[in-house]
Design a binder for this molecule. Structure first.
Ligand code: CP
Ligand code: NVA
Length: 331
């Protein structure tokens, strides 16, 4: 891939060929890792990873991938930097760009990561914004390729709030890769019209199909993959829970939906998932609303259809591919 020096901010910035190359490179790096082969070809480089929201998978993926590539990592936590509070994004970008070879950012508006990239002078990687979560999609698509051997033509159904980072980026990814994307939710949770229009234009080129359906049984018929995400995302106020539960309860992924899909359907989730009462927030929600599971039942989450931990593992391999390609690593 010849994208040395480029940032990775959203999938809309990349061609289907480039997205395919990221996934193929990740598969190669995964095979090398499993075979015990060292890939520390970026020795001497350093990266900064900025998290204005919490993380388990993304942070660990960047750190492990950087170490595997031979790089040093500096973690800036939600409270530990001046970014956006005492110092502007533009100044932060210019400071970090003088010290580091690449910068990861997880936080709020997409505008922030775009601005970091504009001023840093080194590649910037989007580790999740309100609008997009592009490294997650690469991991999801590597997982699908491992299961089905292809992406093109797969029927991919996203259940739940499709207006936010996961719904948006999955729609873009499916459009780019010629897939059949279905967003299944009440109309008010469908992606913004401008983004749908942009994706429809992409779909015209790639042969993708994009559909928006309110009825879960219609949407999931013969699906190859059913995906969902939390109903309330990081940074949203607790007050929205009640409305989300009322609106989205009929869109919970249940065994009825799995049985309505193709017999080899996979269940996917970016995680963290709310499928039992084993978390502090889960228990609080139970006390307030009496629900023990939210966007997916525990039965589906733990079923043989579930590939959620493959997706989680693939975060590391795909993030490694993104850093390697944009930092010009040669293997
Ligand atoms: N899927 C994902 O981004 O997980 P984290 O929030 O733990 O990074
Ligand atoms: N939509 C979720 C995704 C977490 C990976 C959030 O933004 O919190």
């Amino acid at each position: 891939m010849n994208i040395k020096g480029q940032s990775f901010l959203k999938l809309l910035d990349f061609t289907p060929k480039q997205i395919g190359e990221f996934i193929d490179l990740a598969a190669q790096l995964k095979a090398k890792k499993k075979g015990g082969e060292l890939v520390d070809v970026l020795k001497g480089k350093n990266i900064a990873i900025i998290f204005e929201k919490t993380s388990t998978r993304t942070r660990c993926s960047f750190e492990v991938a950087a170490h595997d590539l031979g790089m040093g990592v500096t973690y800036l936590d939600p409270t530990g930097s001046q970014i956006g509070k005492k110092e502007s994004i533009k100044d932060t970008a210019r400071v970090l760009g003088r010290m580091f070879d690449g910068i990861e950012y997880r936080g709020f508006e997409q505008e922030i990561v775009e601005q970091l990239s504009e001023y840093a002078g080194v590649p910037v990687w989007n580790g999740l914004t309100n609008e997009f979560h592009p490294t997650q999609i690469l991991a999801d698509f590597l997982t699908l390729k491992e299961k089905f051997g292809k992406l093109e033509g797969l029927k991919f159904v996203y259940m739940g709030d499709a207006r936010y980072n996961m719904g948006n980026s999955l729609m873009v990814g499916c459009a780019k890769m010629g897939m059949h994307f279905v967003a299944c939710a009440p109309k008010k949770y469908w992606p913004a019209k401008e983004l749908i229009d942009e994706c429809q234009a992409v779909a015209k080129e790639t042969g993708a199909i994009l559909e928006f359906i309110e009825d879960p049984m219609v949407a999931t018929k013969d699906a190859n993959a059913i995906y969902t995400d939390v109903w309330v995302s990081m940074g949203e106020p607790d007050e929205v829970w009640e409305e989300r539960i009322n609106d989205l309860l009929p869109y919970r992924v249940t065994m009825d939906l799995i049985n309505n899909a193709d017999k080899d359907v996979v269940f996917m989730h970016c995680l963290p998932a709310f499928h039992d009462l084993d978390t502090k927030i889960g228990k609080q929600i139970y006390e307030k609303f009496g629900l023990t599971e939210m966007e997916v039942t525990d039965e589906v989450f733990e079923s043989e259809h579930s590939v959620v931990f493959d997706e989680a593992e693939n975060r590391m391999h795909t993030i490694k591919a993104v850093m390697a390609a944009t930092l010009g690593a040669e293997f």
